[in-house]
Design a protein around this ligand. Structure first.
Ligand code: G3P
Ligand code: MG
Length: 239
């Protein structure tokens, strides 16, 4: 079965990367969520997509220059505030704590491509162990050095390589890096990509799949998952 991962939570209807968006993904029946993490100034793993708070909150500046407590003051419901009231930037710990009451698969994307966030792999791993989530966490990133590091720290946890284009034989590349999956930008995924990945035991979960015909196409290719902003639509199409 092609599992449905809500991209930044149910981000087509709720403020991205907030507890409200993750709860909505659970409510509509998604099997998993995708969320983006970075480090605050005081080293807390926080859930936000951009390296700055500018786009998604009413604040301004770099995530890494605010403490967790300071980040909590911003409203992450910016575009949706009239409907939902104020939403906060969650910590990864808050998401993990919530997840212990459900069976969601947690696709945690480390956003450490532009800002290095020294030690983010160890901090995320510590939280996974604290909440006993090793068997339903996927760690993904565009930073493949970080994915190699994470695999070395915890080979039992699946790592996934995110990429846009131009990777030669990504299934062989993933296997070489110890990754269990590739998470490609969907236009570069052909049926053969999925077949050759599966031959090497590599799972394929393309992003961001919001159109009905693409949902059907990647399910028919046998992808293990699709990453979508609209889990409700994906459920109505695929279930
Ligand atoms: O997990 C895939 C996807 O989230 C990568 O792109 O920019 O939405 O984090 P982005
Ligand atoms: Mg992401």
């Amino acid at each position: 079965m092609t599992k449905i991962f809500a991209h930044r939570g149910a981000s087509s209807t709720h403020p991205e990367n907030t507890m409200e968006a993750f709860k909505e993904a659970l409510r509509v029946g998604a099997e998993g969520i995708e969320l983006d993490v970075q480090l605050s100034k005081d080293g807390v793993v926080v859930v936000i997509h951009d390296e700055t708070v500018n786009r998604t909150t009413n604040g301004k500046g770099w995530v890494k220059e605010y403490t967790y407590k300071q980040l909590q003051k911003f409203d992450a419901s910016y575009k949706f505030s009239k409907k939902l009231g104020v939403c906060r930037i969650p910590s990864l710990e808050e998401v993990f704590s919530w997840a212990t009451d459900n069976n969601m698969i947690l696709n945690v994307e480390l956003k450490n491509g532009l800002v290095e966030y020294e030690g983010i792999e160890e901090k995320v791993l510590e939280l996974i162990y604290k909440y006993n989530l090793s068997n339903r966490v996927i760690i993904s990133s565009f930073n493949h050095y970080s994915m190699v590091k994470f695999h070395q720290l915890a080979p039992e946890i699946e790592t996934a390589l995110i990429y846009m284009e131009g990777i030669y034989k990504p299934w062989e590349y993933a296997a070489t890096l110890g990754a269990g999956a590739i998470h490609p930008y969907h236009p570069v995924v052909k049926e053969e990509t999925v077949k050759l990945s599966h031959d090497l035991g590599i799972a394929v979960r393309p992003f961001t799949i919001n159109k009905i015909e693409l949902m059907k196409k990647f399910a028919s290719f046998g992808c293990e998952g699709i990453i979508t902003d609209d889990p409700k639509k994906a459920i109505s199409v695929l279930r």
